[in-house]
Design a protein around this ligand. Structure first.
Ligand SMILES: [Mg+2]
Length: 225
């Protein structure tokens, strides 16, 4: 039986919550950074900021960075850069031998990252994890395309770079609505990681990121859910 991922040539990686397990303490720091950015530009109280943020996030934009940009009346890139001043994801990660081994196994693929955040900070975090940023042909953020996921622009940008059929790309991420839905809509294959519950929309669900290489085995022992 042909492996359902045998057409894949390009792996597109989300960053936060994908290269390392989603971490409640970090998400809390990120959310506080979004609030702080909004407060800087509006002069609102924390309480009003939280209410406005929640309302806009729920009804207008799936991307929290976009919410911060909208409420602050600044661009998404400006919001992404400003937010990064208020948290440091390196606090929550360490050298990861399993991740290093995973990328060694996946060395014959082309790799991109497509993430919300700032490229320089992602590179610094990869250094802590023990991953060489040069593995990636390009690290794509709102600095590259002006908008954050789930906007399809970043996905389209990568398709334009690789010149390959969408079905030759596998998007790997920890959030269905942000990472996987837009990829799937463009015809990419999708993989949800760090989930114990089978995804209804992804082509594969894995309980950790370390199993991504198992998707490409000829006779997978553990082909994912
Ligand atoms: Mg993520």
């Amino acid at each position: 039986m042909a492996n359902r991922f045998s057409q894949i040539k390009v792996l597109i990686w989300d960053f936060d919550g994908t290269f390392y397990k989603p971490n409640a303490a970090l998400w809390q720091d990120v959310r506080q950074a979004e609030y702080q950015t909004i407060m800087n530009h509006t002069g609102w109280s924390k309480k009003k900021t939280v209410i406005e943020f929640e309302d806009t996030h729920k009804h207008k934009f799936g991307s929290a960075t976009q919410v911060a940009a909208f409420l602050s009346r600044i661009s998404i890139v400006e919001a992404a850069v400003e937010m990064e001043n208020y948290f440091d994801r390196r606090k929550y990660v360490q050298r990861d031998e399993k991740l290093i081994a995973l990328f060694a196994k996946l060395k014959n693929f082309r790799h991109f990252t497509l993430a919300n955040g700032v490229i320089e900070k992602h590179k610094q975090t990869l250094a802590v994890l023990g991953i060489n940023p040069e593995i990636f042909e390009e690290m794509v953020t709102s600095e590259t395309v002006g908008v954050t996921k789930p906007n399809p622009k970043g996905f389209e940008y990568i398709l334009d770079k690789t010149k390959l059929a969408p079905s030759a790309h596998l998007m790997i991420g920890d959030r269905e609505a942000i990472d996987l839905v837009p990829a799937k809509q463009l015809g990419m294959k999708t993989c949800l990681v760090w989930s114990d519950e089978k995804s209804e929309i992804a082509d594969a669900t894995l309980s950790s990121v370390y199993e991504v290489s198992s998707l490409f085995l000829q006779n997978p022992q553990n082909p994912g859910m």
